[in-house]
Design a binder for this molecule. Structure first.
Ligand code: TTP
Ligand code: MG
Ligand code: MG
Length: 491
């Protein structure tokens, strides 16, 4: 079951609690000018028809004794934090969705706190005892019904919708009460003669999406009492993952490696951004027939290194016996803690400080390139098609085909010298294309010609001519550039 907890007249209730003079009086929290709007109104003020978003001058007209209290966002945010803390004492699965409301998945909590109604009472009591504030709680098997239920007995109420009551509930639920159905949607609802949520069942998905866009799908689902959205615990994000559906199904290890590396880099960057380290790496594979598998393993020590994530993902991948081609690949990490713990950057190398620092600087460089050029561009040089890891058979197979490839070269690349040397080498290999400096000091080169020669050129770029410290080579497959019959230096 899911609880939806929403505080009663939140800002106003805090002000009334903190100032006895305001208790039991019609108050609003708002800026004190006639142009301001009501942020919230106490339940005493609501009796005069005053509500959130109403212009203050109108609210004043409705109630001459109305007290206007200026808001204090910091205070409300601090109270909100305390409330969420109390709720988390009852279940770890708490999803805060606004300053005064949260969903709680209470599956498995019955042994500790009793049936859902009892648990709701316990939460209300705890909040009231500690903070002197009231809330209303909705209980239902799915999120959207819990949300609607919490609003049904406000203030200070509890509403339960059991599984066997859903159908009846939906039959009588005015469509306007469904979260996400706004004024615009309501106009169409009226035209389509949809008055209750159950009326949605009369229409097929096609017509619903035609009329309500993406929400059409959701309405179709909700009208049958279903809601696929889960309570997403947003305090400790439990996993980070990245996946990609491939443009064509693959079975080739080199390709899979490149994709796993790009995904590991994305996930690693996300981890580093959050200043977290992980202890678990997983992969996901979807096959040509749409079946999928996931594999995961605990890593030897906490890490946020893309290289570690990649190596672990590759290790998992190699253990999978491929019976069909792959249409989707994913990499994920889980079990997090703060980065301050000791971090081992690469499990394959002994964890000496030098190695660690090198990988950290590579991660930093890759992260900044990903920021600039997009996350799909970075492919580790050792995995480029020119890699010595490619088998001879592979090379022969690809041998005489023609290809075109763009390369970004990062590092201490000495512009003039590098450009001239690149041109010389490209001409020697009978390649066409160009080389030019980019504004950030890196060099962009475009090569096209016989595939193996392009690959040799990319490898050469990785090593760099003498006196050029190439840090990273980012190859990118590009379309053939027609009318390009020389290798130029561009400015
Ligand atoms: P709500 O939960 O929508 O309203 P509420 O808690 O004041 O009253 P209710 O008992 O009906 O739940 O919003 C929570 C707080 O968010 C509210 O106290 C003030 C603020 N708020 C705004 O600042 N502007 C708005 O338009 C709304 C709706 C709320
Ligand atoms: Mg509220
Ligand atoms: Mg609310």
């Amino acid at each position: 079951m899911i609880l939806h907890i929403d505080m009663d007249a939140f800002f106003a209730a805090i002000e009334q609690r903190d100032d006895p003079f305001l208790r039991n009086k019609p108050i609003i929290v708002a800026g004190n000018s006639n142009r301001s709007v009501v942020s919230t109104a106490s339940y005493e003020a609501r009796q005069f028809g005053i509500h959130s978003a109403m212009p203050v001058f109108q609210a004043k007209q409705r109630c001459e004794h109305l007290i206007i209290v200026p808001g204090n966002r910091q205070k409300y945010a601090a109270e909100s934090k305390k409330i969420m803390g109390i709720i988390e004492g009852f279940s770890p699965m708490v999803e805060q969705v606004s300053i005064d409301e949260a969903y709680v998945d209470i599956t498995g909590c019955e042994k500790l706190f009793g049936p859902p109604i009892a648990m709701a009472h316990k939460i209300k009591t705890a909040i009231f005892k500690e903070l002197d504030l009231t809330c209303s709680i909705g209980i239902a098997p799915v999120k959207f019904l819990a949300k609607i239920a919490s609003d049904m007995d406000k203030p200070n109420g509890i509403t339960l919708i059991n599984k066997d009551e859903i159908e009846k509930f939906i039959k009588h639920l005015p469509i306007a009460r469904v979260p996400g159905v706004g004024k615009q949607a309501m106009t169409r609802m009226t035209i389509l003669q949809i008055h209750t949520l159950a009326d949605i069942q009369k229409y097929d998905i096609g017509l619903l999406t035609q009329n309500f866009g993406k929400m059409g799908n959701r309405l179709h689902e909700l009208s049958r009492g279903k809601d696929s959205s889960r309570v997403e615990c947003n305090y400790v994000r439990k996993s980070i993952s990245s996946e990609t559906t491939l443009t064509h199904d693959i079975s080739d290890l080199t390709m899979a490696k490149q994709i796993l590396l790009a995904l590991a880099q994305r996930v690693g960057r996300d981890l580093r951004k959050r200043q977290m380290v992980c202890r678990n790496v997983s992969i996901k594979l979807k096959f040509s027939d749409f079946t999928q598998i996931t594999r995961s393993k605990k890593i030897e020590s906490w890490s946020c290194s893309s290289t570690v994530i990649f190596n672990e993902a590759l290790c998992l991948y190699k253990q999978v016996v491929l019976k069909q081609k792959i249409r989707l690949l994913g990499v994920g990490v889980s079990i997090f803690k703060d980065k301050n713990a000791p971090v081992q950057m690469d499990l394959l190398c002994p964890p000496n400080e030098k190695t660690k620092k090198r990988w950290e600087s590579v991660d930093r460089a890759v992260d900044s390139i990903m920021e600039k050029f997009g996350s799909d561009m970075v492919i580790k040089a050792s995995l480029t098609p020119s890699s010595p890891q490619n088998t001879e058979k592979d090379k022969r197979r690809k041998g005489m085909q023609a290809t075109s490839m763009k390369v970004i070269i990062k590092g201490r690349v000495q512009g003039v010298f590098f450009r001239a040397e690149t041109q010389k080498k490209a001409k020697h290999l009978n390649l066409t294309g160009y080389v030019r400096n980019l504004r950030d000091g890196s060099v962009e080169a475009f090569f096209q010609g016989e595939k193996e020669r392009v690959q040799t050129m990319v490898e050469w770029c990785h090593k760099g001519p003498p006196a050029s410290k190439v840090l990273l080579v980012i190859p990118q497959n590009t379309a053939w550039l027609p009318g390009c019959d020389n290798f130029e230096i561009r400015y």
